[in-house]
Write a protein that binds this ligand. Structure first.
Ligand code: SF4
Length: 393
């Protein structure tokens, strides 16, 4: 299906969605948020259409939008008609909230005539009471039955341009419901753990639920429902699809060692500074920050670029080859300069521009470090000596 200009389902890339938190009637505020979301990697955005003023706001928003707009409809079918009139690119209907078949079919007929898709957005927390009673609560079967019943209403008016979600805040329930849904229908699926809460728990729950399904080949478009700035939702969604290799990288992928007793620098500080600087420059490379030169360059040899700490020095490496050795105080600066040079000139050119003696200097320093600390990776002898000194003081 097409949501505006964005394809969803089939072989289309998995898309990232989010939802504005502004009043939709506040056109300027909503558009500012939509632009911020688009900048963070959001492909499709949803705005609530909960009152007439919201529908009027949508008429202005749609005219200036950078990405397709989905109107979220609860309870009032007339607002679905109003949103379509405003020019939105798709609707989301909650079958638990608009329950009269005549109203559902009227909205579907209008969407059919306008060539607009609809998401059937089933939510465990607002399941149709009839279905909940029939299935003994919000079970996977009940969530799927609610979606199928809505689909049947749509089919009666010959409308089939539908994607479906069966969200729950319980990760296990959500996974089971989507698995059952994927076995039951042949429509694009919109994945999400609803009301996942604030980070970090909300991020972990969403990544666990959505990631499990995507890794199994289930799902076409996703939303992290976080109690946070929606830009965080878009970023997190984007990181997940990039981490699963489902989308091309558009931002930095910083890999960093967890640090250990071998670390020659404060890895957390260097990694945090590098991440901020690379994100600010929107550099789409995989960049490694490693705490020591003994294991670092080898473990991160697949990264486009990286830096590993030596004794008061940083070994800058490109695709595992050391291209320069820099003073420790210049590690972040050198990493950023090299990242910018790679973006401008390419990996091969930067490998060709490597300092002639960099590999030899780095190898010698590695040897020294192994000799010095190799058999005592945690520097336990030094530490024990210091502990004894302290005890004697
Ligand atoms: S051995 Fe080196 S690269 Fe590996 S975790 Fe320790 S400091 Fe980091």
């Amino acid at each position: 299906m097409m949501v505006g200009t964005v394809p969803v389902g089939g072989d289309a890339p998995v898309t990232v969605q989010s939802m504005t938190t502004t009043k939709t009637a506040d056109v300027e505020g909503t558009l500012a948020q939509i632009y911020a979301l688009a900048g963070a990697g959001c492909d499709i955005v949803r705005c609530t259409c909960n009152e007439e003023e919201a529908a009027e706001g949508l008429a202005h928003i749609v005219a200036s939008k950078p990405i397709p707009i989905v109107a979220d409809i609860h309870f009032q079918y007339k607002l679905a008609l109003a949103a379509m009139e405003a020019g939105v690119h798709a609707l989301r209907l909650n079958p638990g909230n608009i329950r009269k078949p005549a109203h559902i079919k009227l909205v579907a007929s209008e969407a059919r005539d306008r060539g607009l898709p609809i998401r059937i957005g089933v939510n465990a927390g607002s399941l149709d009471p009839d279905i909940a009673a029939q299935y003994g609560g919000a079970t996977p079967e009940a969530l799927v039955a609610s979606a199928v019943r809505e689909l049947d209403h749509f089919r009666e008016v010959d409308f089939d341009d539908v994607k479906i979600s069966v969200k729950a805040s319980n990760v296990g329930l959500m996974i089971d419901a989507y698995r059952l849904l994927a076995d039951t229908v042949d429509h694009p699926l919109h994945l999400g753990v609803t009301e996942a809460g604030p980070p970090p728990a909300g991020l972990v729950k969403s990544a666990a639920g959505i990631g499990t399904l995507l890794a199994a080949g289930i799902g076409d478009t996703i939303r992290f429902s976080l109690t946070a700035d929606p830009v965080e939702e878009a970023r997190a969604g984007r990181v997940l699809v990039e981490a699963l290799g489902l989308r091309e990288r558009r931002s930095v992928d910083l890999i960093a060692c967890p640090s250990c007793g071998r670390a020659e620098v404060d890895v957390i500080a260097v990694a945090t500074a590098a991440q901020a600087a690379l994100e600010a420059r929107n550099i789409p490379l995989q960049v490694a920050v490693m705490g020591c030169v003994v294991n670092g360059p080898g473990e991160a040899r697949d990264a486009d670029l990286g830096i590993a700490a030596g004794r008061g020095k940083g070994h800058l490496f490109v695709k595992g080859q050391v291209v320069r050795v820099v003073p420790e105080a210049e590690m972040v600066e050198a990493l950023i300069a090299e990242a910018e040079a790679i973006v401008a000139e390419g990996i091969d050119a930067r490998l060709a521009a490597a300092d002639a003696d960099a590999e030899a200097i780095a190898a010698a320093e590695r040897e020294q470090l192994i000799e010095l600390r190799g058999v005592d990776a945690n520097r336990s002898a030094d530490k024990i000596a210091r502990i004894r000194e302290l005890a004697d003081e």
